[in-house]
Design a protein around this ligand. Structure first.
Ligand SMILES: NC(=O)c1ccc[n+]([C@@H]2O[C@H](COP(=O)([O-])OP(=O)(O)OC[C@H]3O[C@@H](n4cnc5c(N)ncnc54)[C@H](OP(=O)(O)O)[C@@H]3O)[C@@H](O)[C@H]2O)c1
Length: 302
């Protein structure tokens, strides 16, 4: 029997199992792909993997030195430093891609502002920052990109969502609220542009271990600060991190075979299902709040 999983081919007989690692799937050759938030984590890994699979890749984010560092490992990339919380810069990024490559086939809306704060003290400025980067930036970039995609006869928008909003992740209100709105936007355009040749995909990563440093208003926090050291079987399963390279491979498959929604693994799919049961959802999320409070010495209402 032959099973294929990402870039791993597994052949099994009752007595023997053979694992063959084959190359990244080809098929991205000459596709023009813009990856936002490419200065670290998932965005960097995805941009590099797309480029290695033959795509012409444009990368954007604020930290130019990180983009340049990544660009040195890539073949003929376009580097566009930009602060995407500005709608003008977001639109201009697409224009620069068109000016340079003459087209855009795939837009990966990956950049995200991640602010850690308490619900009691979250400010309008925090919410505005999160909504500007996580919702308005991809909205205006998409509107600009589809003008060219329609002229080209098609294109693909990939929105990197965050299923955490369904659970209600404590201390991440600006992030989860903006990601909820982003998912709503994704689903709205899936409906409005259905059958128009513009494909819209949503990707739900789950927990991916990156060097992501949230902007914290409650002192320095680690990416896993909501998680307990001692975990039971279920939380261990749900919080076992994937790597940015795992996500990059998924995204290549998503480009080659577009889907409306792709989960990084079964545990994420199960997590989003469980989120429909209010008592279970609350029990998991309030445990996270308790863990975070203990780590940061936060009072229940601070
Ligand atoms: N890692 C996870 O566990 C996880 C889970 C669920 C969903 N996700 C989603 O996956 C995506 C990537 O996550 P990650 O862990 O790789 O995050 P990350 O390492 O924190 O990367 C975020 C990227 O966004 C860029 N960015 C932030 N604000 C920006 C702005 N105003 N203008 C331009 N770029 C900006 C950052 O670059 P600069 O600082 O250089 O601007 C960085 O490249 C995000 O959409 C996130 O919501 C991740």
């Amino acid at each position: 029997m032959k099973i294929r999983k990402n870039n791993l081919a597994i052949f099994t007989t009752p007595k023997i199992t053979v694992y063959l690692i084959h190359d990244m799937p080809s098929g991205l050759t000459n596709k023009v792909i813009l990856v936002t938030g490419a200065s670290g984590g998932i965005g960097s890994a995805a941009a590099l993997a797309f480029n290695q699979a033959g795509a012409k890749v444009a990368i954007t984010s604020r930290r130019k030195e990180k983009l340049d560092q990544l660009a040195r490992q890539m073949k003929d990339p376009l580097v566009v430093p930009a602060d995407l919380s500005s709608p003008e810069q977001s639109v201009d990024t697409i224009r620069q891609v068109i000016e340079h490559f003459g087209r855009i086939d795939v837009l990966v809306n990956n950049a995200a502002s991640i602010i850690v704060t308490t619900a009691d003290t979250v400010t309008p400025a925090d919410l505005l920052q999160a909504f500007s980067t996580n919702l308005i930036a991809p909205v205006v970039a998409t509107q600009e990109a589809i003008l060219h995609m329609r002229r080209q006869g098609g294109g693909h928008i990939i929105n990197i969502g965050s299923p955490g909003f369904m659970m209600g992740i404590p201390f991440y209100a600006p992030y989860v609220c903006s990601k909820a709105a982003f998912s709503a936007w994704t689903r709205t355009i899936q409906a409005e542009w259905s059958g128009t040749g513009i494909r819209i995909s949503e990707y739900f990563p789950g927990y991916v271990s990156t060097d992501s440093k949230p902007e914290s208003r409650i002192g320095e926090v680690e990416q896993d600060f909501l998680m307990e050291k001692k975990q039971n079987f279920i939380t261990k399963k749900f919080t076992h991190p994937k790597t940015p390279d795992d996500v990059a491979r998924d995204l290549i498959h998503l480009i080659l075979k577009p889907k409306l929604l792709m989960y990084s693994d079964l545990s994420v799919r199960i997590g989003t299902f469980i989120a429909n049961f209010p008592k279970i959802r609350l029990s998991i999320a309030s445990q996270m709040a308790k863990t975070a409070r203990a780590k940061r010495n936060l009072m229940p209402h601070s």
